[in-house]
Write a protein that binds this ligand. Structure first.
Ligand SMILES: Nc1ncnc2c1ncn2[C@@H]1O[C@H](COP(=O)(O)OP(=O)(O)OP(=O)(O)O)[C@@H](O)[C@H]1O
Ligand SMILES: [Mg+2]
Length: 339
């Protein structure tokens, strides 16, 4: 994926497989993208399309049963997939921080938030105990958590799910990492808190040059923050380009279907266009394009041949034999999405 910015992360042909009772499935299928310094790359797609598995493989934290079977994850020309466990461990945190989709997996239930926060800070940054504590409190406040000092004394179970999510985000952002992977960071939160968090991420990008991989199935969240967008379907990226191109001038029929399924307040009372059919089962993928059974534009080659990338314009490509014409759609829909 091309960008003029200095690339910090390059993922090439990343492939992840799971062994399941129904056989082997490919959760991530030859996924490639790059992330620049001070850039936000949005990764969107329906549930179960492989967004989290892509993120977790970058940190080599796949769940049991999952295996990276191909590709490279290069951080400043070092392939992370080849590092020793110890060297990899040292990359997590200050170099690459992650906000996990499930906040319960990362917080230790028997230690207070304050103890965990301060320890995380002290492990990754050379700062005093006092500074670490002050910074933790500041970050919790920036996440819209009132009485941050009180929260430092609490255990995870004493907080709501949304509060735990904000604690995790605060910890990741406080490290001022080179790369931040944010997997559905604001899904459990209401819109005012969501706005606060997105603005903190924007600050991180601006002040520290952090490159952010932002994962969400919420196109609105992606549109608010992303410079570029990659659209994922059934384990593969099917379109990528600038946020403006992808939202205003989508080329892949799947991207257009996703945009058409966003609620539009100006169309109140009208039915939403849901995408007909289901994504294919990952252990029984169709031979050709994975979207063709749901695609109104599908023609002969789509059934049997996986589509090659078609360049739509500079930096904008789609894996489709019959990409949409450039001014045919979503001009009005995009307006509601892109801010
Ligand atoms: N532990 C597991 N065992 C077997 N298969 C798994 C496991 N975890 C994930 N998968 C497979 O990987 C695929 C991708 O899952 P992933 O969690 O990356 O989806 P996602 O795009 O993040 O979805 P969501 O939006 O719901 O978070 C799933 O379809 C599932 O089949
Ligand atoms: Mg996920």
């Amino acid at each position: 994926m091309g960008t003029n910015q200095q690339k910090i992360l390059e993922v090439k042909d990343l492939t992840v497989e799971f062994r399941t009772d129904q056989g082997k499935l490919t959760a991530v299928n030859r996924v490639s993208f790059s992330l620049g310094k001070q850039e936000v790359l949005g990764l969107v797609g329906e549930s179960a399309c492989g967004k989290s598995m892509t993120a977790l493989s970058i940190l080599r934290l796949l769940p049991p049963g999952g295996r990276i079977t191909g590709g490279e994850v290069c951080l400043e020309n070092v392939n992370l997939l080849k590092l020793s466990r110890e060297k990899m461990r040292r990359k997590r945190g200050k170099t690459i921080a992650m906000i996990f989709q499930d906040p319960n997996t990362t917080l230790n239930p028997v230690r207070t938030i304050g103890a965990q926060f301060v320890e995380t800070m002290k492990t990754h940054l050379s700062i005093s105990m006092e500074k670490a504590r002050d910074r933790s409190v500041d970050m919790l406040s920036a996440m819209g958590l009132a009485s941050a000092r009180g929260i430092m004394r609490k255990y995870p179970f004493q907080l709501s799910g949304g509060m735990r999510q904000r604690v995790m985000i605060a910890m990741a952002l406080a490290l001022e990492p080179q790369i931040l992977i944010a997997d559905e960071p604001t899904t459990a939160l209401d819109v005012t808190v969501q706005a606060q968090i997105l603005s903190e991420m924007r600050r991180l990008k601006k002040d520290f040059g952090t490159g952010i991989l932002l994962i969400s199935h919420n196109m609105g969240v992606i549109a608010q923050l992303s410079d570029r967008v990659a659209v994922m379907y059934a384990g593969s990226i099917v379109e990528y380009g600038s946020a403006e191109d992808v939202f205003y001038r989508p080329a892949h029929p799947y991207t257009r279907a996703l945009l058409n399924s966003i609620p539009d307040l100006s169309l109140q009372g009208q039915a939403l266009c849901s995408i007909k059919g289901q994504p294919p089962a990952l252990h029984k993928m169709p031979e050709g394009c994975s979207f063709y059974p749901r695609c109104s534009r599908a023609g002969e080659p789509c059934k049997s041949v996986y589509p090659l990338w078609t360049d739509i314009n500079e930096g904008h490509s789609a894996a489709c034999f019959f990409p949409l014409e450039q001014k045919s759609c979503c001009e009005s829909h995009g307006e509601g999405v892109l801010t």
